[in-house]
Design a protein around this ligand. Sequence first.
Ligand SMILES: Cc1ncc(C[n+]2csc(CCOP(=O)(O)OP(=O)(O)O)c2C)c(N)n1
Ligand SMILES: CC(=O)[C@@H](O)[C@H](O)COP(=O)(O)O
Ligand SMILES: [Mg+2]
Length: 641
Amino acid sequence: MTQKTDTPLLDKVVTPADMKGLSDPQLRQLANELRTETIAAVSETGGHLGAGLGVVELTVALHAVFDAPRDKIIWDVSHQSYPHKILTGRRDRIRTLRQKGGLSGFTKRSESPFDPFGAAHSSTSISAALGFSVARDLGGSVPEGLGDAIAVIGDGAMSAGMAFEAMNNAGHLKKRMIVILNDNEMSIAPPVGALSTYLTRLYTGDPFHQFKAAAKGAASFLPPPFKEGAKRAKEILKGMAVGGTLFEELGFSYIGPLDGHDMGQLLPVLRTVKARATGPVLIHIVTKKGKGYAPAERASDKGHATAKFDVPSGKQVKAPSNAPSYTSVFGKELVRLAAEDSRICAVTAAMPDGTGLNLMAERFPSRLFDVGIAEQHGVTFAAALAAGGMRPFCTMYSTFLQRGYDQVVHDVAIQRLPVRFAIDRAGLVGADGATHAGSYDIAYMANLPGMVVMAAADEAELKHMVATAAAHDDGPIAFRYPRGEGAGVEMPEVGQPLEIGKGRMIREGGRIALLSFGTRLSEVMKACEALEARGIHPTVADARFAKPLDRDLILKLARDHEALITLEEGAIGGFGSHVAQLLAEEGMFDTGLKYRSMVLPDIFIDQASPADMYAVAGLSCQDIEAKVLDVLGVERLGKRA
Ligand SMILES: Cc1ncc(C[n+]2csc(CCOP(=O)(O)OP(=O)(O)O)c2C)c(N)n1
Ligand SMILES: CC(=O)[C@@H](O)[C@H](O)COP(=O)(O)O
Ligand SMILES: [Mg+2]
């Protein structure tokens, strides 16, 4: 049920234009109301809570001072953009967040002119802000106009190489642009690495003691004519900014650190920067993830992502699970193997919990490497671990591994190094939508010479694939598995290495064969039940491998049946394409074989439940049944709605 929040001031703000006449005390009140509304909305939808709560004051201050959508506010990752959505004409739909047909959980250009640049993968905001600044200065034109570009980037996202590539370029181009470094000393997990330590050093000791003066002054970036008058303020700022030199060396004027929850500091600094900045400016603010909501502040992940919850208690409403998650099956089997083999180690790029590697962190901390949001580095690091005689599991979400693709090709595949790629969140993931869908890994891995590519049909198969990967020293190997819980199958005590390139027969039938790669197998079996009722008895096989293909199995299915359908939770160019290539080469189409490939369609699918997304993709059990009937030319009497 929608909760009514007591938000008299926020009720009058539909877009940032409605904020322009508000006094500073009113802006403070607005921030309080915005926080209340954000908590209430996320309690009903679930989603990313902690990051948004940490930028409530910043969101209000940015919209009060700058003129979006002319000025481009670019939220890095954009999981913190819910308060921004509420202030930019989307409050009436905020309780549809992350649901089918509703608002995206991230910024999205097609959703609002106030979202000038979409995001969801991290560390793109500075590049985007620089691009807008250059376009503005070159006379580019867009309907909303081109004003200032402001990137808001977290301390976790700032650790990625791409952020530094952008700063390096920005410092060189010297364009007026603003980067706000939102430092909450958190990524999803506690942040790791030297940059995090460096940022903390910037404000440890005597934090914020001279804010008032600094806020009035904010002058380290002033152009020469202003500099003399502001000398005193500049000295103060310099005093505060001891250690801001990393950013200054990159060509940015550094301001901070400021208390990012204090509007008395944010507003004057932003106003001064807006009035006077000439080149790139970095404003370092310190905030608390989960700020203002005790259950989030207390949580180990600071309320990073949550299911629906009860606001007073913070208790989350989670559906009961009937089977272990794929992620936990992976994590446990890896730990079991690591106990037997000291060469086994694992790499995560800032997702230890999401990938199940928290178990490795507990049992074998010296063999678990959280490299931060640095997928490219993570892959090359794993390659060298393999070259050094270790057995690394490079464990990443399918969508984030895309970042490390050149490294997969150049550092791993070409050198035939035995990196084990554990690819989590394969296929459609649900509420995070298109940006997080693991659609491409089958295609981008299976086209690499020497790469072994497996997909688990269920959690028991996953266990065997972890063991297979551990035992495979002859080049790289990848296995994929989806988000969420398994199929509830009986689990083997331990994983057993599979024979490379061999699939398995699930059931023998006639006329048509269904060859599944991955967890669509359960939908295939459901479709078979419906087909049985029509007197159709398909053969079903689980390919297990997209590379190397089980040629014998595939050619036998092709020879023994009138039709063959392959299925996978991946885009065009994956398993089905490899099968089609084999069938063509072997002349199977010349024999009249009817072949169909069921893959993700050539569109980006918006957020919904995974089941709904697969229905949009045409990969539900009903779609499979319909495809079989169609291929066999059977009338679809009693067609389901
Ligand atoms: C390339 C990439 N890798 C991993 C992630 C997953 N991820 C989303 S938010 C996040 C933490 C970001 O931390 P920070 O930038 O400090 O923002 P905060 O949540 O603390 O506000 C991570 C690792 C991602 N979105 N993109
Ligand atoms: C914003 C982001 O990239 C992550 O927080 C992501 O939403 C996590 O996804 P999972 O919930 O599947 O771990
Ligand atoms: Mg952070």
